[in-house]
Design a protein around this ligand. Structure first.
Ligand SMILES: [Zn+2]
Length: 209
């Protein structure tokens, strides 16, 4: 997750993997004297990026249009620990994802999967100058990178990761061509969702190695 904030309002990038996770982050923001975010941007529709959304009151949720239908479908499923177990029994390849969801969720009270309330197709600039750019790819069709020009930071989400385990095929690995296309001299930091931030030089070395 990331928060980009100034006097024009905060942009939260991804919601946290559960309402409990989102509440922890909200408490940390309050303790740091930071304002509540006004916008919540989804880098893509996967559960670990969106399941906390229902615990962020009053935000406009912005996501790529390709994430809307999968999120509506997810919103309609009867989530519970029992449902997760039944689904894994029926399709063992869902195990890693669904067991992680079960661990992340300690209560299903008031839980909801929230599709974006505002969608875009190619690029979108928020009023604070934060820019969203759709890149797609095999990890998720709606993968979006978030550009923060003032800070020279590019938030990559999971956009170059292999497809989720249950959709993965032999030979699937990270999409380094995706990263190569994104590297830009104006951006000094590259931050993906599940790894340490990299400088431009580090990112360049990683994709050229
Ligand atoms: Zn993902």
């Amino acid at each position: 997750m990331a928060l980009i904030t100034d006097e024009r309002g905060g942009v939260l990038v991804d919601a946290g993997h559960s309402p409990g996770h989102a509440r922890e982050i909200r408490a940390a923001l309050a303790a740091a004297g930071l304002p509540e975010p006004r916008w919540l941007v989804y880098t893509h529709h996967h559960w670990d990026h969106v399941w906390g959304a229902c615990a962020w009151p009053g935000v406009e949720i912005v996501g790529h249009v390709a994430g809307e239908a999968p999120l509506r479908a997810e919103a309609a499923r009867p989530w519970s620990h029992r449902y997760l177990r039944e689904q894994v029994r029926a399709e063992p390849r869902l195990g890693p994802s669904f067991r992680a969801r079960a661990l992340a969720m300690d209560s299903w009270d008031d839980f909801a999967v929230l599709p974006p309330t505002r969608t875009f197709t190619d690029e979108l600039e928020l009023p604070t100058g934060v820019r969203l750019r759709h890149v797609g790819g095999r990890h998720a069709a709606d993968s979006t990178v978030v550009l923060v020009p003032d800070s020279a930071v590019m938030l990559l989400g999971d956009c170059f990761y292999p497809p989720p385990v249950h959709l993965r095929q032999d030979g699937d690995g990270p999409d380094l061509a995706q990263v190569r296309r994104l590297l830009d001299d104006r951006y000094h930091w590259y931050v993906s969702s599940h790894a340490d931030p990299m400088t431009l030089d580090e990112a360049r070395a990683a994709v050229e190695g």
